[in-house]
Design a protein around this ligand. Structure first.
Ligand code: CA
Length: 423
């Protein structure tokens, strides 16, 4: 077991029982305070830990990092150092904040420089994303979409259980939680027998997804096997992969999603490491037909992560519209990465790969409004009495995720995004 995951560990920083951030989590992110510049942080309870300050004060001796790895506006330099380095860094944080260790806790002057209240900092985009790939790996979602748009009897296309289907998305419009988005504009074709029209999207949707972030991969021309995949994945966040359904429907044949997806994808700001998620591994579904050899995997590679989505109408209270779980994925991350690189495609430090919308079998676990409202035919009731088929202007969409095992809860916090009207 990774020492920093020991369920018996306690921190000298107070942590609420329902917090996503006990000492067993120790995620990484980028933050800034009112006065200071962007830098690398971690988190315990409601305190953000300044890793640049810890470095300057000498608490990272004998670790393979330089100050430039912490005094920076992205986690990329830190991830560049590779998996064993980031594992050591998390282990050092675990030691420093352990209740039994007084090296830092006894030095009030240092503690003042290192800890910030979470409500006094701004969380920024954690990673400079090079390439963004979006998979389509939830059987529930692919079945629902196939049923709605094609043929209920043949909802999954013939390749779906052979290939972790995906497409290359847009990295420049990946944004952190709390950054509002504008309703996108584009071409739509609401009437089959009339010409297309241009205007604000009318069918704006969220997609509940998880995304993983990679270390440097192998050189162009080489592949990463399912066994090797874990050494190339740094951590995960929650992603709301915004979608304009009306724009999508008109543009996606023959080359797939384009402007319907590229206007924004929102992510939660804390990257939870694969080390921290290790205790929450679980078995995946039986894959039938048997997958091709390069997609076979040995160890459990799915993760039990509870997910939920809420909608907060303007000046109103939140209604939870979806409760799902990341374990509903058909294809796991090891298979996705093995497939992505099997043709020799190189992945780079800071690439982001998303799961695709996560939907379970129950209606309450569907991960998009398209499915929840069944293409607008079954509107959802909000607590304030209003109804939603899709997302309206001034709505805020919130996604959260957490794991529970052995008396330890760790989580991702949330990704929260308000939708503003089109210009
Ligand atoms: Ca998506």
């Amino acid at each position: 077991m990774i020492k920093a995951n020991d369920p018996s560990l306690k921190s000298w920083i107070e942590v609420d029982a329902n917090s996503d951030f006990p000492i067993q989590n120790l995620p990484f992110g980028i933050f800034k305070t009112k006065q200071g510049a962007a830098r690398v942080g971690s988190r315990i309870g409601d305190k953000v830990i300044d890793l640049n300050a810890l470095y300057v004060l000498g608490y990272f001796k004998n670790l393979p990092f330089a100050q430039a790895d912490f005094q920076t506006d992205a986690l990329n330099p830190l991830m560049k150092k590779g998996k064993s380095a980031t594992t050591e860094l998390r282990n050092r944080l675990s030691k420093l904040f352990n209740k039994e260790n007084t090296d830092l806790s006894n030095n009030a002057h240092h503690v003042d420089q290192v800890l910030h209240d979470v409500d006094k900092v701004e969380m920024l985009m954690p990673v400079q994303v090079g390439d963004y790939t979006d998979f389509y790996s939830s059987e529930g979602h692919a079945t629902n979409v196939g049923t709605l748009f094609r043929d209920p009897a043949n909802a999954l296309l013939p390749n779906w259980k052979w290939i972790p289907v995906g497409y290359h998305g847009r990295a420049s419009s990946i944004i952190p939680s709390e950054q509002a988005i504008k309703r996108p504009k584009g071409q739509q074709k609401p009437n089959e027998d009339q010409d297309p029209v241009f205007g604000p999207c009318k069918l704006l949707d969220f997609e509940l997804e998880m995304a993983f972030i990679t270390y440097d991969g192998k050189p162009l021309g080489e592949s990463i096997s399912t066994d090797e995949a874990k050494d190339y994945i740094f951590g995960m966040c929650i992603m709301n992969d915004w979608s304009a359904r009306d724009i999508q429907k008109w543009e996606y044949v023959p080359l797939g999603p384009f402007l319907a997806k590229s206007f924004a994808s929102s992510i939660s700001p804390w990257i939870v490491t694969m080390d921290a998620l290790e205790p929450f591994k679980t078995k995946g579904p039986v894959q039938d037909p048997k997958v091709l050899p390069y997609l076979e995997y040995k160890e459990d590679a799915h993760y039990d992560i509870n997910l939920e989505v809420g909608i907060i109408p303007e000046k109103s209270e939140e209604t939870i519209v979806c409760k799902s779980n990341y374990k509903y994925m058909y294809w796991n991350m090891s298979q996705q990465l093995a497939h992505h690189t099997v043709n020799g495609c190189n992945i780079r430090c800071g690439d982001m790969m998303a799961s695709g919308t996560i939907s379970g079998e129950e209606k309450s676990s569907f991960g998009s409004m398209l499915e929840l409202s069944w293409r607008g035919t079954q509107p959802l009731k909000m607590k304030d009495g209003s109804e939603r088929k899709f997302i309206q202007d001034h709505d805020t969409v919130v996604m959260r995720g957490h794991c529970n095992a052995n008396g330890v809860r760790i989580g991702f916090g949330e990704v929260s995004t308000k939708v503003l009207p089109a210009d």
